[in-house]
Design a protein around this ligand. Sequence first.
Ligand code: DC
Length: 223
Amino acid sequence: MANVIAIDGPSGAGKSSVSRIVAKKLGCLHVDSGALYRIMTWQCLERGVDTHSPEAVAAAAAEIEIECRPEDGRIAYYVDGEAPGERIRTPEINANASFVSAVKEVRDKVTALLRGMTRYGDLVVEGRDITTAVFPDSPARFYLTASAEARAARRRKEQVEKGISTESAEDVKASLVARDKMDSSRKYAPLKKADGVLEIDSTNLTLEQVVEEVMKVVLSPKS
Ligand code: DC
C-alpha cells in the first residue's frame, strides 16, 4: 500500500500550508480532506437542503458525486465537471460545514473517497480524523495546533488576501472556536489528539520551522 502522512488539527493551525510544502518536498500528492466536507456542504446548500437535518443531509449525500483525480501534485475535486474553487471557502460554508460533517453518511462517503486515493500513490492527507479514523495505521501521524488567537489571525489574513471575507477579526475567531467545539464534540470521528501522534504547537513557530519538524520525523529511519 502507498505511504500516507496524516496531519490533523483544528482550523487555522497551518495544516494546509504545511501539508502542501511537505507533499512537494517528498513528491507525494497533497490531499485536503476538509475541501471534501466543504463540497458536500456547498452541494447541500445548492440543493436547498436543511443542513441542520441529519436525515436530509444523509439523503443528499447519497446523490452527490465528487470526482477525485491527481493533478499538479494534489488530488483535485470536480462536481459535474467543474472545480468548486473559492465557492467552498465562504463564511456561509464555514457556518454550515460542521453540521454536514457530523452526519455519518457524509463521513462514510468522504472516508471511502480518501482511502481510495492511495491508488494514485503516496499521500499527505490533512484533516480532523485522518490520524484517528481514516488512516490510523499510518506510521507518520501529526497533530498540528496553535492558540485560538494565532489561528484566527491566520484565517482572517488568508480571507482578506483572497478578498472573500468582510468578517471582523472577532467574528473570524468566534466562528472558528464554534467550529472547533462542534468538530471535537461530535459523535462520529471527532477531532482529537490520538495516542502516538506527534503534537506540534505552531503558535510561536514559523511555517518553515513546522515543515522542518515534520520532515525530520518523516525522514527518520524509524518512520
Ligand atoms: O479544514 P476545513 O476548515 O476546510 O474543514 C471544513 C470542515 O470539515 C470543518 O467543519 C471540519 C470538517 N472536517 C472533518 O470533519 N473531517 C476532516 N477530516 C476534515 C474536515
